[in-house]
Design a protein around this ligand. Structure first.
Ligand code: 6PG
Length: 465
């Protein structure tokens, strides 16, 4: 039997769609899914869905699956992030040899990836953490692929991965080796952190508009935005969602208002905290999801507090500008976390290249990510060029108007507010942090630095006379 070039473990939604994509690109493939535990149907269903023209071999025996691969054996795991990944790695390590490559294409925590790479290295096996974005449709037609791990492994797997990824507007592949070690999973995690805030901003826009407009009208307004510089995959999805009906009802009205999450937004916020980078928009979006899930508590408290609404109408042009400014701030914060991680871990991430592979295939794809490709060629921060600073500065009044409209109408706007306050903090020369420093010194002798002395010198005051 001729051996397959590539192997995929896990034929769930993402795994099976990626497998079909790999086959469409003409690569020979072996697939594996364990039998039993409600998964027995996955392998036969997948094998039936594959046309006879494709070179695929299916297995429910791991040993036979590994034996079917040519060397170096390249095995992509498309399984649930967490302990299952460690369990499969352990089984694979009994079967793989020096030089073989395991690729984890799930949303794994990047610190787990670093640990797994170390573990595999002991046996000379390469371990690659790889971020894949674009959902089921992306996996099938072309996702954005963010690859970590060693340069040597990329030499073996890069061509295949580039062939299955989405294409940018110059027909370049939206797949890149973003950096060694955990870099691939780190950038995918922050992609999701930015995604959480992008989604929350659209949810807040919808909340503001639904006081005055029908769902059809809101869809028309967002569709008009979608035609210009605000165009994004997520905005397009939201237009479709607003128009969707189930029977006589708008489907949106039938959906319980408790937002779920699989952890990447929280991890992103935690990474920002660990790196000492302010990314309050993504954490506001995570906390907004957490608060939404307290449904019964919300219902009970809603009956105890005053509910009010002011009849003022909201300016659509203010809302559009506020949304534009907040998206810039959100992307700035996400990329700042990536830059800090790249510096800290010596990943040497090319931000322009990262923005480029986020121009298609992924959930974050937008006109804005396309603009950032050029910006990051010569700058390492969105705020390093005057143009985005001017853009936010010239619309910040409208952001404030929108927030004030929301507050006057009792509409929570955690992400818009995080955008506005963090923008003021980022652009204020003298913050009240002198008071924080004085308090720290007062109760804990933590010392402070002085504005009139060298910053290397520290001072302490006996505050109580
Ligand atoms: C993507 C998505 C994808 C998935 C997340 C959403 O880039 O394709 O981000 O990874 O939709 O799992 O995460 P939550 O379930 O936490 O919203």
């Amino acid at each position: 039997m001729t051996k397959s070039f590539f192997g995929i473990v896990g034929l769930g939604v993402m795994g099976s769609n990626l497998a079909l994509n790999v086959l469409d690109r003409g690569h020979s493939l072996s697939v594996y899914n364990r039998g039993g535990e409600g998964e027995a149907h996955l392998l036969p269903t997948f094998m039936e869905s594959v046309g006879s023209a494709h070179k695929v071999s299916g297995f429910d025996d791991l040993k036979e699956f590994i034996a079917s691969l040519e060397r170096p054996k390249k095995v992509l795991l498309m399984i649930k992030a967490g302990p299952a990944v460690d369990a499969v790695i352990q089984s694979l390590m009994l079967l793989l040899e020096e030089g073989d490559i395991i690729i984890d294409g799930g949303n794994s925590l990047y610190t787990d990836t670093v640990r797994r790479e170390e573990y595999c290295k002991n046996k000379g096996v390469h371990f690659v953490g790889m971020g894949v974005s674009g959902g089921a449709e992306g996996a099938r037609r072309g996702p954005s692929i963010m690859v970590g791990g060693s340069t040597q492994s990329y030499e073996s797997i890069g061509a295949l991965l580039e062939s299955i990824a989405a294409k940018d507007k110059f027909k370049g592949s939206c797949c890149a080796h973003v950096g060694i070690g955990g870099a691939g999973h780190f950038v995918k995690m922050i992609h999701n952190g930015i995604e959480y805030a992008e989604m929350q901003l659209i949810a807040e826009v919808y909340d503001l508009l639904k006081m005055e407009y029908t769902y059809e009208e809101i869809a028309d307004i967002l569709e008009e935005w979608q035609g210009g510089e605000l165009s994004s995959f997520l905005l397009g999805c939201s237009v479709d969602i607003l128009r969707h009906r189930t029977g006589d009802s708008f489907t949106l009205d039938l959906i319980l208002d408790k937002a779920g999450n699989k952890g990447t937004g929280g991890w992103s916020s935690k990474a920002a905290l660990d790196l000492g980078i302010a990314a309050p928009m993504m954490s506001a979006a995570v906390f907004a999801r957490y608060q939404s899930s307290l449904k019964s508590e919300r219902i009970s408290l809603a009956q105890q507090v005053t509910q009010f609404a002011n009849s003022d109408s909201l300016s659509l042009s203010d809302l559009k500008e506020a949304y534009k400014a907040s998206r810039i701030i959100n992307h700035h914060q996400g990329f700042a976390v990536i830059k800090a991680a790249s510096d800290t871990y010596d990943w040497n991430i090319n931000l322009s290249e990262l923005a480029r592979i986020w121009t298609n295939g992924c959930i974050l794809r937008s006109e804005l990510t396309a603009d950032l490709v050029e910006l990051f060629k010569t700058n390492d921060s969105i705020l390093a060029t005057g143009s985005y600073v001017d853009e936010v500065d010239s619309t910040v009044d409208q952001l404030v108007e929108v927030i004030s409209h929301g507050m006057n109408n009792r509409i929570p706007l955690p992400c818009f507010q995080a955008a506005q306050s963090s923008w003021y903090s980022a652009t204020t020369e003298r913050l009240p942090a002198n008071m924080i420093q004085a308090q720290r010194d007062y109760f804990g002798s933590h010392t402070y630095r002085r504005v009139d002395k060298a910053e290397s010198e520290v001072y302490h005051t006996e505050w109580k006379k």
